[in-house]
Design a protein around this ligand. Structure first.
Ligand code: FAD
Ligand code: FES
Ligand code: FES
Length: 1370
C-alpha cells in the first residue's frame, strides 16, 4: 500500500463527486466497457483475453514490436483524431481509456478483404514465420493513418525501427511497404518475374502490373528495373472490389463527444488506478499516496514490475493533466510539461528549429538528433520526458543533455509550491533525485542558446537504433572573441553511462574555461578527462577500456565539429584538415535498395515458381494460430518453472510454504513427483528433467508450479525458496580445458596426410599460429517456447500442441517422463514462430515438464516461457575456441593445418558432439590442404546446455578457417582473396574426412560474385576513401562457403509422408517436417501439385503430427525439403500408379473427376511415402566416410564503413551468390538467403552474450546478463545493407536432390561473417595510420567495443595496449 499521510483509511476521491469508474474503449470499432478490477492488466493481455490473438507477445518489455497496435485519441483543442503505434505489452489497459484501439484484425482479414498494407507484405514475401508480422503491419498502418502526406521512404524505415524480425532480413518488408512511399523514382527491389499467364508481377505487391521495364525481362529470368504507381487509393480487396479506404475504421463519434472523466479504478492485489484531469486532483492524490507511481508511458514502470518484481499499489496516470502536457515557447526558453511524450517533443522542437534563428536552437537541435536514436517509434509515442528524468537512469539519453544545456526543472509540491532547480543539481545518486515524496516534476525549461554557443549530443550503443547507450554525452561550449582569439567563456561536458548519475567532467570544465579554443588544448583535456571519468575494473556494464576511450573520442568529435561549424560560419580562418572532416560527419542512411536475380525453371504446375508462402495471408491478418493462440480447454492450468539460481550447487532444501499460500496456487512438482524416468537427452541421457540433488547451471529446471493464471504461477514459483550449498563452477572453455572438464567420450579426430611430417619437412616457408574465440548466439526466435498439454481419457493418453521443430522428440520425452508408451502420446505442431535450432531438443524438456502436472492432476497445462526465462534456460549457439597452426609457401599455398577445437557444451551433452563434428567437417571450408589434423572435444561447463542453431557448428568451423586464411594473407602482405583463390579445391579432391568432392561449383560462384561486386574497382574506391578520411574507414571482403547437406547421423536421413487425395480433387499432405517460416510446407505442396499436375491451391498442409507420420527426424540440417519432398513425391507416385488405369482411359476432364472416378472404382487414394538418403555414412572409428549427400556453395561480398572513434559501423553493400541448383521456389529461397545472412551478420558483428564469468565479474557467476531485447541486440531494420544483392547461380541442376534443387536454410548463414571480415579490413586501414601493420585478432561479434579498441590511436593507448583483446564469454 502506498504510505498515507492523511485520510489514511479514507478514499482520497471521496470529496469529489465526479470520479468515475466507467472505462470505455473501442476495439476495432466495437465499444467495450472495461470492468473495474483490471488495473493490473496490460492492453496486450486484455486483447488476447478477448480473443484478438493476432497481436503477439514476443518480449513483454517493449523491445520487439510484436505487440504493436494503433491507438487513436481525440484532441479536443485541434478537434482532430490522432493516431499512433504503441506497444500493447507495456500499455496498462486503463491507459487507453477513451481511445480507439485498432489491432491487426481490425484492418482486414481474408473474409472482408485484406488491407493494402497486409496484402503488400504477404505478396512481397515479407512474412516467413509470421510471428512478427502483425506488429510490422500495425507500425506501417499507424504511419499511414497518422501521415497527412504519403510518407517518405526514410519515414517508412524509421517507423519500423521498433519492430524486430528474425526471419526475413527485413529487405522484403521494406520493399513491401515502399509501395506506399511518396517518391516513385528511386530504385528499389529490382526483381520481377512472370507468372503462368506471362503477366508481369510487381516485385513489391506481387500483383499483376505494368511496372516492369519491357526490355529487361528474359523468359525464366528475373531482373531489373521498375517504377511503380504508388499510393493511389487502390484496393486489393478480392472479395467485392471496393476501395479499401471506403472501409477504413473511423474514430468513434461517441469518443469525440463524450465528456472525459477522472477515473478511479482497481486491480488485482489491491492495486489502485487513478486518472485525474486536474493538477489539483493530482496533487491531492499525491498527498494521500506519497509512494504512488506517476504513469505516462509506463515504459520504465512496466519493465520494473514485470522483470524486477517491483510492486506498486497506487498508480496515477497523469496523461490528462494540462499543466504537465504543456509545450510553450517563452522568453527564457521552451517550457516542456513533464508528461509530454518524446515524439511530441521531437515534432515540436523540429517546428521551433524551422521557425527560429539558428543560434538560439543549438540545444533544440541536439535534443532532436538524440531523440532520433532514442528507443523505437512505439516507445517514443508514449514515453514521457518527465518519466525519463525522474527515473534517473544512469544511461538516460536526455539527462546529460539537460545538464549540459543548463536546463531548469520546475518542481511542484502537494501544496502547489513551485521551486526551480538546475538539472545539474537534480541527480543525487543511483536512481535518486532531488525530489521529496510530496513533490512531482512539473516542467522543464530548455533555455535558448546564445550566438557562439554550441551544443552537441553523443551516443554509442550496441545497435544504432532502438538501443540504450553504452556511453552518451551532452556537451556545450560558449565562446567569446578576444584579441582575435576565441575564448571559452563557459563549457559543459557531461557523460551518461559512466557512473550512477550523469557525470560532469568538472576538472575538465574548469581547465577549459578561459582557454583559447584551439587544438593545443586537446592533450591536456584528454588527460583531465581521463581523471574525471574513471571506472573501476568491475564496474557494472564492463567494457571499461572502451567506455573510457569513448569519453575522449566524444570530446575529440565535439572539438572538431564546433571548430568545423565555426569555420563554415567564417569565424575561424583555419578549419579542419580535409581528412578530419570524417570525424564530424553525422551518420545518415540512404534508403535500402535490394536486387534479386534468379532463373525460373518450371517443373510441372508449380515447382520452380516463386510462389508466396502458403500461410502468408493468414499471417498478415493475424489469423494464423501459434501454440499460444490455441484456445485452451476448460480447466486449464498455467505453469511457471522453478529454476536454479546457482551455477553449481547442492540443493539443501526446498521450501514451498509461501508458494502454497500464493493466490491461485494449485501445485508444485519436483523430481520426486515424476511418474516415469527423470533422465533424458537426445543421445546420451545425462540430464535430469527436474534437478534432484545437484544443480549444474543457472536456469536448470528444479520444479514446476501450476496455478490458475500465468501471473499467479510466476508469483508462486518465485516464492519457492531453495537453500543451496555452492560448489566450484566451470565458466569458460579455457577453464574447462585447464581442468580437463569434458563431456565423456567426445574426443574426436580427423586426419589427412601427415601434419607433423609436413611441418618438419621444411616444405612450409612459413608457419603461423593463433587462437580464435568464437562467440555464441541466442536464437531469439520471435515466438518464445510454448506448449499446451492435456490428458485424454483421464491420463490414459497425453496430447499436446507445442512450438517445436521436433514433435517426435516431444512425444518421446513426454512418454519417458510419464512412463507411457509412445503410442499413447501425440504431439501436433501447426507452425512455429521461428526455431533456428532452438526448438529442436530443448523445447522437449519444457513439454515434458508441463506434462508432469497435467498427467498427475488430470488437467490441461499451458507453459509459455517469458523471454528472459527462455533466454536464460534454453541454451544457445555454442561458443568455440580454435587453436590453429598453419604452414604455407611464400606464394600462399597452404600445406598443413593443425587445429584443436573446443566447443562449450554446457552442463549436458545434448547435441554438442554432433555440433563439434560438423565444425570439424567444415574446418577446411573450400580450401584444398594436403595435410590436416583436427582434434576436437566438447567442454563440460556450468552453463545451460548449448544446442542446435542454424549451421550447427558449421559456421564456427568456417569462421576459424577464415581467420587463419586472413592470418596467412597478413603474413604474406597479400589480399585474403588471393590466398583463397590459390587454395580453392576442385572436383576429384578427397576431403579430410574421406569424401570425394563432386560437382563442386565454388569456382563459378566466386567468379560470378567477383564480377558482380566489381571487386577490383571496389578495392580501389575503398583505398581512395581511406586515404582521404582519417576517422572513418571503409573495408571490403569476399568470403566463400561450402556447406554439407545431410544429418551427419546417418539414421536421421529418413523421412515419411502421408498423401491423401479427396474426391473433389484436393490433396491433403502431411509430412514429418515442421513449418517454421522457412516455407517448407509451400515447397512440399509445390512438389505435390506438380506431381499431380494440379494447381498449388488444390494442395493443403494442415499440421505436423506424430500420429500421422511417425518417428520423424527434427526439421533441421537444411535437409527437410530434400527429405520430405522426396517422401511426398514417393507417395504421390504411388497414388498416380494406382490412378493410372483409370486416368489412361482419358474420360475425365479434371483431377477432381479423376479422383471421383478412382473412388468409384475403389482405388486407394491415400499413400504413405518414404525416403532415405542413399550412399551416405561416416565411420568415426576410422574417421572416414561420406557424411554428406552433396554441398551447397555460396560466396558473399561486403563493404562496410566504420567510425574509428566510436566503433560504429554500417554495411554499405552485401552481394551474395548462391548455387541452389534448380530452385523449387526462388522467392522462398532468396528469403532464406537474406534472412540467414542478416542472422549471420548478427552473430558476426552485433549479438554478444554476456555471462557471469571470470571476464564479467560484475555479473553473478553463471548468470546471463543479456536476457532480453533490451540488452541483447539482434539486427534491426537499420542494419540491413544499403545495397543488398542476391543472385542464384544459373544452369546448375543438382543431381543429388529432388527436382535438381539444393538445400538452403543453413548454408548462407556463414556468409554474414563477410561483414566481420570487411570490418577487419577497415580496421587494418585505421591501424595502418598509426603504423601497425601486423596481424591482430578480431573476435566475433565485432561490436563497437571491438572495433573501437582495435582502431588503436592515441586515445585507446591511454587505456589499453595495442594487443588489447576485449573480453568475450566463450
Ligand atoms: C524498449 C525501451 C527502449 C528504451 N530506450 C531508451 C533510450 O534509448 N534512451 C533512454 O534514455 N531511455 C530509454 N528507455 C527508457 C524509458 O523509455 C524512458 O526513460 C522513458 O522516457 C520513461 O517515460 P515513461 O513515461 O514511459 O515513464 P513511466 O514508466 O510512465 O514512469 C517512469 C517513472 O517516472 C516517474 N515520473 C513520471 N513523471 C513524473 C513526474 N512528473 N514527477 C515525478 N515522477 C514522475 C514515475 O513515478 C515512474 O517512477 C527505453 C525503455 C524501453 C522499454
Ligand atoms: S511483446 Fe511488446 S514489444 Fe515485444
Ligand atoms: S517472419 Fe519475422 S520473425 Fe519470423
Amino acid at each position: 500500500m502506498g504510505s498515507l499521510t492523511r485520510a489514511a483509511e479514507e478514499d482520497p476521491t471521496a470529496a469529489e463527486e465526479e470520479w468515475s469508474d466507467e472505462a470505455v474503449i473501442y476495439v476495432n470499432g466495437v465499444r467495450r466497457v472495461l470492468p473495474d478490477g483490471l488495473a493490473h492488466l496490460t492492453l496486450l493481455q486484455y486483447l488476447r483475453d478477448i480473443g484478438l490473438r493476432g497481436t503477439k507477445l514476443g518480449c513483454g518489455e517493449g523491445g520487439c514490436g510484436a505487440c504493436t497496435v494503433m491507438v487513436s485519441c481525440y484532441d479536443q483543442i485541434t478537434k482532430k483524431s490522432l493516431h499512433f503505434a504503441i506497444n500493447a505489452c507495456l500499455a496498462p489497459l486503463y491507459s487507453v481509456e477513451g481511445m480507439h484501439v485498432i489491432t491487426v484484425e481490425g484492418i482486414g482479414d481474408r473474409q472482408r478483404g485484406l488491407h493494402p498494407v497486409q496484402e503488400c507484405l504477404a505478396k512481397a514475401h515479407g512474412s516467413q514465420c509470421g510471428f512478427c508480422t502483425p506488429g510490422f503491419v500495425m507500425s506501417m498502418y499507424a504511419l499511414l493513418r497518422s501521415s497527412k502526406q504519403p510518407p517518405t521512404e526514410d519515414q517508412i524505415e524509421d517507423c519500423l525501427a521498433g519492430n524486430l524480425c528474425r526471419c526475413t532480413g527485413y529487405r522484403p518488408i521494406i520493399d513491401a511497404f515502399r509501395v506506399f512511399a511518396k517518391t516513385d523514382n528511386l530504385a528499389y527491389t529490382n526483381s520481377s518475374s512472370e507468372n503462368a499467364n506471362d503477366q508481369a508481377i510487381c516485385p513489391s505487391t506481387g500483383k499483376p502490373c505494368s511496372c516492369r521495364n519491357e526490355t529487361d525481362i528474359n523468359v525464366n529470368e528475373s531482373s531489373l528495373s521498375s517504377s511503380v504507381e504508388r499510393y493511389s487509393p487502390y484496393s486489393y480487396n478480392e472479395i467485392d472490389g471496393s476501395a479499401y479506404n471506403e472501409r477504413e475504421l473511423i474514430f468513434p463519434p461517441e469518443l469525440q463527444l463524450r465528456k472525459v472523466m477522472p477515473l478511479k479504478l482497481n486491480g488485482f492485489n489491491e492495486i489502485k488506478w487513478y486518472r485525474p484531469l486536474k493538477l489539483k486532483q493530482l496533487l491531492h492524490l499525491k498527498s494521500c499516496y506519497l509512494d504512488a507511481k506517476l504513469i505516462i508511458g509506463n515504459s520504465e514502470v512496466g519493465v520494473e514490475t514485470k522483470f524486477k518484481n517491483a510492486q506498486y499499489k497506487v498508480m496515477i496516470s497523469v496523461t490528462h493533466i494540462p499543466e504537465l502536457n504543456t509545450l510553450k515557447v517563452k522568453e527564457d526558453g521552451i517550457h516542456i510539461g513533464s508528461a509530454v511524450r518524446l515524439a511530441q517533443l521531437q515534432n515540436f522542437l523540429k517546428k521551433v528549429i524551422a521557425e527560429c534563428d539558428l543560434p538560439e536552437t543549438s540545444s533544440c537541435q541536439a535534443i532532436v538528433r538524440q531523440l532520433k536514436w532514442f528507443a523505437g517509434t512505439q516507445i517514443r509515442n508514449v514515453a514521457s520526458v518527465g518519466g525519463n528524468i525522474c527515473t534517473a537512469s544512469p544511461i538516460s539519453d536526455l539527462n546529460p543533455l539537460w545538464i549540459a544545456v543548463g536546463a531548469k526543472f520546475q518542481i511542484i509540491d502537494v501544496n502547489s509550491n513551485v521551486r526551480t532547480t538546475l538539472a545539474k543539481d537534480f541527480f543525487l545518486g543511483y536512481r535518486k533525485v532531488d525530489m521529496k515524496p510530496e513533490e512531482i516534476l512539473l516542467s522543464i525549461i530548455l533555455p535558448w542558446t546564445r550566438p557562439f554557443e554550441y551544443v552537441k549530443e553523443f551516443k554509442q550503443a550496441h545497435r544504432r537504433e532502438d538501443d540504450i547507450a553504452l556511453v552518451n554525452a551532452g556537451m556545450r561550449v560558449y565562446l567569446h572573441e578576444a584579441e582575435g582569439n576565441w575564448i571559452i567563456s563557459d563549457v559543459s561536458v557531461v557523460f551518461g553511462g559512466v557512473a550512477a548519475v550523469p557525470l560532469s567532467a568538472s576538472r575538465t570544465e574548469n581547465f577549459l574555461t578561459g582557454k583559447k579554443w584551439d587544438s593545443g588544448l586537446l592533450d591536456d583535456t584528454f588527460n583531465l578527462l581521463k581523471e574525471d571519468i574513471s571506472l573501476s575494473e568491475n564496474a557494472p556494464g564492463g567494457m571499461i577500456e572502451f567506455r573510457r576511450s569513448l569519453t575522449l573520442s566524444f570530446f575529440f568529435k565535439f572539438f572538431l565539429s564546433v571548430t568545423h561549424e565555426m569555420k563554415i560560419k567564417g569565424l575561424l580562418e583555419d578549419g579542419l584538415h580535409a581528412d578530419h572532416l570524417s570525424a564530424v560527419q553525422p551518420y545518415s542512411r540512404p534508403v535500402t535498395v535490394g536486387t534479386q536475380s534468379y532463373e525460373l525453371v518450371r517443373q510441372g504446375t508449380s515447382v520452380g515458381q516463386p510462389m508466396v508462402h502458403m500461410s502468408a495471408m493468414l499471417q498478415v491478418t493475424g489469423e494464423a494460430e501459434y501454440t499460444d493462440d490455441t484456445p485452451t480447454p476448460p480447466n486449464t492450468l498455467h505453469a511457471a518453472l522453478v529454476l536454479s539460481k546457482k551455477a553449481h550447487a547442492h540443493i539443501l532444501s526446498i521450501d514451498d510454504s509461501l508458494a502454497k499460500s500464493s493466490p491461485g496456487f494449485t501445485g508444485l512438482f519436483l523430481s520426486k513427483d515424476i511418474p516415469g524416468v527423470n533422465h533424458t537427452g537426445p543421445i546420451i541421457h545425462d540430464e535430469e528433467f527436474f534437478a534432484s540433488d545437484i544443480v549444474t547451471c543457472v536456469g536448470q529446471i528444479i520444479g514446476i508450479v501450476v496455478a490458475d493464471t500465468h501471473d499467479n504461477a510466476k508469483t508462486a514459483a518465485n516464492k519457492v525458496h531453495i537453500e543451496y550449498c555452492e560448489l566450484p563452477a566451470i565458466l569458460s572453455i579455457e577453464e574447462a580445458v585447464k581442468n580437463g572438464s569434458f563431456h565423456p567420450n567426445t574426443k574426436k579426430s580427423l586426419v589427412k596426410g601427415d601434419v607433423e611430417q609436413c611441418f618438419l619437412s621444411g616444405a612450409c616457408d612459413r608457419i603461423v599460429s593463433g587462437q580464435v574465440h568464437v562467440g555464441g548466439q541466442e536464437h531469439f526466435y520471435m515466438e518464445p517456447q510454448c506448449t499446451l498439454v492435456w490428458p485424454v481419457d483421464s491420463g490414459n493418453e497425453i496430447h499436446m500442441v507445442s512450438s517445436t521443430q521436433a514433435p517426435q522428440k516431444h512425444q518421446k520425452y513426454v512418454a519417458s517422463v510419464l512412463g507411457l508408451p509412445q503410442s499413447k502420446v501425440v504431439c501436433k505442431t501447426k507452425r512455429i514462430g521461428g526455431g533456428f535450432g532452438g526448438k529442436e531438443t530443448r523445447s522437449a524438456i519444457f513439454a515434458a515438464a508441463a506434462s508432469v502436472p497435467s498427467f498427475c492432476l488430470r488437467r490441461p497445462v499451458k507453459l509459455v516461457l517469458d523471454r528472459d526465462v527462455d533466454m536464460i534456460s534454453t541454451g544457445q549457439r555454442h561458443s568455440f575456441l580454435g587453436k590453429y597452426k598453419v604452414g604455407f609457401t611464400n606464394e600462399g599455398k597452404i600445406l598443413a593445418l593443425d587445429l584443436e577445437i573446443y566447443n562449450n557444451g554446457g552442463h549436458s551433452l545434448d547435441l554438442s558432439l554432433a555440433v563439434l563434428e560438423r565444425a570439424m567437417f567444415h574446418s577446411e571450408n573450400v580450401y584444398d590442404i594436403a595435410n590436416i589434423r583436427i582434434n576436437g572435444q566438447v567442454c563440460f561447463t556450468n552453463f545451460p546446455s548449448n544446442t542446435a542453431f542454424r549451421g550447427f557448428g558449421g559456421p564456427q568451423g568456417l569462421l576459424i578457417a577464415e581467420n587463419w586464411i586472413h592470418h596467412i594473407a597478413t603474413e604474406l602482405q597479400r589480399s585474403p582473396e588471393e590466398i583463397k583463390e590459390l587454395n580453392f579445391h576442385n572436383d576429384g579432391v578427397v576431403l579430410h574426412y574421406g569424401q570425394l568432392l563432386q560437382n563442386c561449383t565454388i569456382g563459378s560462384v566466386w567468379d560470378q560474385l567477383k564480377a558482380s561486386c566489381n571487386f577490383v574497382e571496389a578495392r580501389k574506391a575503398v583505398n581512395s576513401f581511406n586515404s582521404n578520411n582519417r576517422w572513418r574507414k571503409q573495408g571490403i571482403a569476399m568470403i566463400p562457403t561450402k556447406f554439407g547437406i545431410s544429418f551427419t547421423a546417418k539414421f536421421m536421413n529418413q523421412a515419411g509422408a502421408l498423401v491423401q487425395v479427396y474426391t473433389d480433387g484436393t490433396v491433403l499432405v502431411t509430412h514429418g517436417g515442421v513449418e517454421m517460416g522457412q516455407g517448407l510446407h509451400t515447397k512440399i505442396a509445390q512438389v505435390a501439385a506438380s506431381s499431380f499436375n494440379i494447381p498449388l491451391s488444390s494442395v493443403f498442409i494442415s499440421e505436423t503430427s506424430t500420429d500421422k507420420v511417425p518417428n520423424a527426424s527434427p526439421t533441421a540440417a537444411s535437409a527437410s525439403s530434400d527429405l520430405y519432398g522426396a517422401a511426398v513425391l514417393d507417395a504421390c507416385q504411388q497414388i498416380k500408379v494406382r490412378m493410372e488405369p483409370i486416368a489412361s482411359k482419358g474420360t475425365h476432364n479434371s483431377f477432381a473427376e479423376l479422383a471421383q472416378a478412382c473412388y468409384m472404382e475403389r482405388v486407394d487414394l491415400s499413400a504413405h511415402g518414404f525416403y532415405s538418403t542413399p550412399n551416405i555414412g561416416f565411420d568415426w572409428t576410422i574417421g572416414k566416410g561420406t557424411p554428406f549427400n552433396y554441398f551447397t556453395y555460396g560466396a558473399a561480398f561486403a563493404e562496410v564503413e566504420i567510425d574509428t572513434l566510436t566503433g560504429d559501423f554500417y554495411t554499405r553493400t552485401a552481394d551474395i551468390v548462391m548455387d541452389l541448383g534448380f530452385s523449387i521456389n526462388p522467392a522462398i529461397d532468396i528469403g532464406q538467403i537474406e534472412g540467414a545472412f542478416i542472422q549471420g551478420l548478427g552473430w558476426a558483428a552485433m549479438e554478444e552474450l554476456k555471462w557471469g564469468d571470470d571476464n564479467h565479474k560484475w555479473i553473478r557467476p553463471g548468470h546471463l546478463f543479456t536476457c532480453g531485447p533490451g540488452s541483447y541486440k539482434i539486427p534491426s531494420v537499420n542494419d540491413v545493407p544499403l545495397n543488398f544483392k542476391v543472385s542464384l547461380l544459373k544452369g546448375v541442376p543438382n543431381p543429388k536432390a529432388i527436382h535438381s534443387s539444393k538445400a538452403v536454410g543453413e548454408p548462407p548463414f556463414f556468409l554474414g561473417s563477410t561483414v566481420l571480415f570487411a570490418i577487419k579490413d577497415a580496421i587494418f586501414a585505421a591501424r595502418a595510420e598509426e603504423g601497425h601493420l601486423g596481424w591482430f585478432p578480431l573476435d566475433n561479434p565485432a561490436t563497437p567495443e571491438r572495433i573501437r579498441m582495435a582502431c588503436v590511436d592515441s586515445i585507446t593507448k591511454k587505456f589499453a595496449g595495442i594487443d588489447y583483446r576485449p573480453k568475450l564469454s566463450v
